[in-house]
Design a protein around this ligand. Structure first.
Ligand code: 4AD
Ligand code: MG
Length: 432
């Protein structure tokens, strides 16, 4: 009877013969010894074939193997410290399960446009597998963090009738007889309602921005985790953020060392990510930028380059808080100490990765919030329910959103968020 095994399980298997099913990455031969490097999703394995010890057909079969052929190899696993995974397979049988002719992605260098057009195949490469594993860890760390802190997950709608962030970046669709619906830019407004029911809540799902931006930080569909906490002020909000970010990084360092190594990520900067994170008011940030020779003007939003100049002054993420009212969303609470500003913060990742979190204390005063909705030229009617939250026991509350792809890109040390999601959606990409 055949014993099938996953490559990852081989080191702990006692069996004298196992069959591994997977795909051929590459082969090489010295004439007498043949090597096949296989992958099966769980790991990488070198299978060794001795020409003089196997049937001639098996050797012929080996010689015909091409990249990405699906195969079943049978043999004895044996410890081999120099091999990936520490195990090698001494092959006694080899079966081609399915051929692969002219696989387009070869070990040579390909351009990114070529690779993204073949994203469905590119995903099989070691680097992409490592990134997906880190992403998986980040996602699980997020869920574990909030579960352990007694937050309740509340799934918010992806089709909405009100604008969550900004009118400029909406995907619209006709919604039966009810006019326009928008793809959610955020779950936040709904979460605020849920926070009044459950205290500590979060949502975690895809969000959509029709941003006509081709930067390395923008996707039109990205995943965001958004916690919302009743009775947290802006200060408590930042404390939750630093604890959260440090936890995610720690989990990846703890459990994804191999993948980070595959990505050649220098982990020393990640080891330093411990709370507290430095805090800088927007006003001080403008001063710092000027001191660094940047032509920064109070009242303007910070751009990616400003963020990099600021973040480079610190060895861990930095909070920039209390931005001018004019550059931020309508729901942020006016700062009582300086009404030109709001009680918000961005969290900027080090090493030039920029904003990974946007958060704020929410405007809890009914009339001020209503005025802000009008000031931004938004129609009041779709926000009736949102204003209600300020009528029936309004409460201090805060929350934030962390972008998963930007966080994964930072932790992996990859240049562009588009590699941090399996099938990126960008202005110029809907295929595959
Ligand atoms: O700063 P943003 O727009 O904040 C919100 O949506 C709030 N409603 C969150 C909240 O308070 N509950 O977005 C939050 C984060 C950003 O810091 C960034 O990491 C990510 O979402 N993000 C994007 N990631 C990829 N592509 C885009 N186009 C992104 N826009 C935002
Ligand atoms: Mg933001």
């Amino acid at each position: 009877m055949t014993t099938y095994a996953r490559i990852a399980d081989l080191p702990s298997l006692e069996a004298s013969a196992v069959t591994v099913r997977g795909w051929v990455m590459r082969t090489r031969s010295s004439g007498k010894i043949g090597f096949v490097v296989l992958r099966d999703g769980s790991g990488y394995l070198q299978a060794v074939i001795l020409k003089n010890e196997v049937a001639p057909e098996l050797w012929e079969c080996f010689k015909g193997l091409t990249q990405e052929t699906a195969v079943a190899v049978t043999g004895a696993p044996r410890a081999e410290p120099r091999s990936p995974g520490g195990v090698e397979l001494a092959v006694t049988a080899l079966e081609v399960l399915a051929p692969s002719v002219d696989f387009p992605i070869t070990p040579k260098e390909h351009g990114t446009a070529f690779l993204f057009e073949r994203r469905h195949l590119w995903l099989r490469s070691r680097r992409q597998v490592a990134i997906m594993r880190v992403r998986h860890e980040v996602v699980q760390a997020i869920r574990d963090f909030y579960y352990a802190r007694d937050f309740t997950l509340v799934d918010t709608p992806l089709l909405t009738g009100s604008i969550g962030e900004s009118a400029g970046t909406l995907f619209e669709t006709e919604y039966f007889d009810l006019g326009k619906a928008y793809l959610a830019q955020t779950g936040q407004l709904y979460l605020e309602a849920a926070a009044a029911a459950l205290g500590r809540v979060y949502c975690f799902g895809p969000t959509f921005r029709a941003e006509k931006s081709k930067t390395r930080r923008h996707l039109s569909e990205f995943w965001m985790v958004e916690p919302e906490v009743a009775w947290n002020d802006s200060d408590a909000n930042m404390r939750l953020q630093e604890e959260f970010v440090a936890y995610i990084v720690e989990r990846c360092l703890e459990r994804r060392q191999e993948d980070l190594k595959e990505l050649e990520r220098d982990t020393a900067p990640l080891e330093r990510i411990t709370p507290p994170f430095p805090r800088l008011s927007y006003t001080d940030a403008i001063d710092k930028l000027r001191a660094a020779g940047v032509n920064a003007e109070w009242g303007r939003d910070l751009g990616a380059e400003d963020e990099t100049v600021l973040a480079n002054q610190f060895d861990r993420p930095v909070f920039v808080h209390d931005y001018p009212v004019g550059v931020k969303a309508f729901y942020m609470k006016q700062n009582p100490a300086d009404p030109r500003t709001v009680l918000n913060n961005d969290c900027l990742a080090p090493e030039g990765y920029g904003e990974i979190i946007g958060g704020s204390q929410r405007e809890d005063d009914h009339d001020l919030l209503r005025a802000r909705i009008h000031e931004q030229g938004l129609p009041e009617e779709p926000y009736g329910w949102y204003l209600d939250l300020r009528k029936y026991g309004t409460f201090v509350h805060s929350g934030f959103g962390l972008g998963v792809e930007r966080t994964v890109a930072w932790i992996c040390g990859i240049q562009h968020v588009r590699e941090a999601i399996a099938f990126p959606r960008m202005m110029y990409r809907l295929y595959p």
